[in-house]
Design a protein around this ligand. Structure first.
Ligand code: F6R
Length: 591
């Protein structure tokens, strides 16, 4: 979602800003822009589409020999994705970039229009610029910023330039923003990846704090008074932009799964480290997350209930934060998040913390808000995911939850197998990945279809949810996941001649039930495709994907890469923009 970078110092401003924007591309966006200045002239250059288009435009149009500037990638919320809505916005003396949503923008805009302000865009961000400009007429800059902040409701992070001031201002509420600390240069950025090639040192801004950045000075203020802030050092390696010979980041990241899963499991081969995974003390667990992370939670729910006998509820964070919570003293809230910056998941975490409930984060980004603020955390350490659709981070979320089910069940004396079953995973996943020709063949058969279903029961249904999401988000082929037994209660009316119905079967006890449900769809013209394990495979009459036989603790992680690769090849056949599907953002930092 929107990314911000700002720079002041002696390097070439546009170079730093563009490099930062490229590093932030993975968050997802649909337009981009820069504002650069030499403290006399200020130039704003914006364009719809990729940062590379903005770079071309800057090369053609740039006149100012700038010494500082701000830049932005925008994921449209208020107002469509066009050039006039792209950031930065300038009203009066104020030029700014904004990440977040200002909820009372319409109300403020109306008042400002009555006071004579004119607006050029449909954005809420421009309203903040006008409001600050208004307050600047009667206050010094810090007072004006405080007044503007108090008037705004919603979420925001701002990078601001004021005409005639040789400095940048930065502030935030709910949306992420950090300040990069350099030698005779300073930065502001939505995340560390945008500036890590210049400096690992950064300061986290808290709500109500304002950073004032000059090339040789960096100051922080709260309610007009200067405050001290701790300088942190990131060990982030930044974003590896190489595709390692793969055509897409999505494919590269799927193929990295054996390596990242091996790294994760090796940590827990140490018995001492496994204590981190033990949830046996809890009577009830709420898993709260969004999208794929929530679907990882659904897999976890099945495993924790089945193998550790702990009651688990799974909620989308956007619903959870506003619902009545019924906790008991032995409830744990698990937040699952790749980015650790998903606005709803952060809010759900804070809600639980406010009520004194234990929280545990399963997080990929070690520098993120959830990683920092949760009382207990497990880092998945997948490395940065550049493709918008999550793959390697998702499988690691599933793996952590599976290990939690194992360790918690073992503590309760419910487990007969040995932890070493997890060590088989890298090899088995590689075997699944090696069967590329099978996925390509099925992809060829289904890519022209308009719609399809994924069906399964129990754990298999949880896998269907992610399989279906992955397919629709990268290939735009409409897909629905359904509990196999539930389809006939209405939704089966959508089944048409030739519609693919993909049935996942990994559980011996549920095999006959699921296959009967598949046959019900075939009787109405559907084309059944079975995704199963070698030991259960007697499906020669079907087109099928067969993964190796394995323990129930790890089987889901063999189905996952098969589904991911199938989605990838369907998207490839449909000519989609696989790494940056339309309308999507990697890091969803607004509600
Ligand atoms: C789908 C996908 C999203 C994310 C969701 C949560 O491929 O990536 O559904 O899983 O937006 O994001 P995180 O995990 O960053 O909280």
């Amino acid at each position: 979602m929107c990314g911000i970078i700002g720079y002041i110092g002696s390097r070439k401003t546009t170079e730093v800003l563009l490099k930062g924007l490229y590093a932030l591309e993975y968050r997802g966006y649909d337009s981009a822009g820069v504002a650069i200045t030499d403290n006399k002239d200020l130039e704003i250059i914006r364009s719809v589409g990729r940062v590379s288009k903005l770079e071309e435009k800057i090369e053609k149009e740039k006149k100012v020999n700038s010494t500082f500037g701000i830049a932005h990638t925008r994921w449209a919320t208020n107002g469509e994705a066009n050039e006039k809505n792209a950031h930065p916005h300038k009203i009066g003396k104020v030029t700014l970039v904004h990440n977040g949503i200002i909820e009372n923008a319409d109300l403020i805009k109306e008042k400002l229009i009555n006071e004579g302000y004119k607006f050029n865009s449909d954005t809420d961000s421009e309203v903040a610029a006008a409001l600050l400009d208004k307050y600047l007429k009667e206050n010094d800059t810090l007072e004006a910023i405080d007044k503007m902040t108090k008037d705004l409701t919603g979420s925001f992070a701002f990078g601001i330039i004021i005409d005639g001031e040789n400095r940048l201002y930065a502030l935030r509420k709910d949306s992420p923003l950090l300040i990069g600390v350099g030698e005779k240069e300073n930065f502001l950025a939505s995340d560390i990846t945008a500036i890590i090639s210049y400096t690992p040192k950064y300061v986290l801004l808290d709500v109500g704090e304002v950073a004032v950045l000059e090339d040789s000075s960096l100051k922080f203020y709260k309610e007009g008074k200067e405050i001290e802030k701790e300088i942190l050092v990131s060990d982030s390696k930044g974003v590896d932009h190489s595709k390692n010979g793969y055509d897409h980041y999505m494919l590269k990241e799927i193929m990295e799964e054996p390596v990242v899963i091996k790294r994760l499991i090796e940590r827990y081969n140490e018995e001492e480290n496994r204590k981190e995974l033990d949830l046996s003390e809890y009577k009830e667990i709420d898993i709260v997350a969004c999208g794929s992370a929530m679907y990882a939670g659904l897999v976890g729910q099945n495993l924790l209930e089945e193998f550790a006998e702990i009651k688990v509820n799974v909620y989308p964070a956007s619903e959870y934060r506003y619902k009545k919570k019924i906790y008991n003293t032995k409830t744990l809230v698990i937040l699952v998040s790749q980015s650790g910056e998903t606005a709803d998941t952060i809010a759900a975490m804070r809600e639980a913390q406010k009520l004194g409930i234990d929280t545990l984060g399963i997080v990929n980004n070690p520098d993120s808000t959830i990683a920092r603020e949760t009382s207990r955390k497990i880092l998945t350490n997948a490395g940065v995911e550049i493709a918008v659709a999550t793959t390697k981070a998702y499988i690691l979320q599933v793996c952590v939850l599976a290990m939690m089910a194992f360790v918690s069940g073992e503590k309760k004396g419910l487990v007969k197998e040995d932890f070493s079953i997890f060590s088989e995973l890298p090899k088995l996943i590689k075997e699944v990945q090696d069967r590329v020709e099978e996925y390509k063949k099925i992809a060829k058969d289904i890519y022209k279809k308009e719609s399809c279903f994924f069906i399964g029961r129990g754990l298999d249904y949880a896998l269907c949810m992610e399989g279906s999401l992955k397919l629709k988000e990268v290939s735009y082929l409409h897909s629905e996941a359904y509990q196999a037994g539930e389809l006939k209660h209405g939704t089966i009316s959508l089944v048409e001649e030739g519609m693919p119905v993909l049935c996942i079967i990994t559980n011996k006890e549920l095999k006959d039930k699921s296959i009967s449900n598949l046959k019900e769809t075939e009787a109405r013209g559907a084309k059944g495709i079975v995704i199963t394990t070698k030991d259960l495979d007697d499906f020669d009459e079907y087109e099928k994907i067969v993964v190796p036989e394995s323990s129930q603790y790890i089987v889901s992680m063999l189905i996952v890469p098969a589904l991911q690769l199938l989605s990838y090849y369907v998207a490839l056949n449909r000519g989609c923009d696989i790494d940056k599907p339309r309308n999507l953002a990697k890091s969803v930092t607004v509600e």
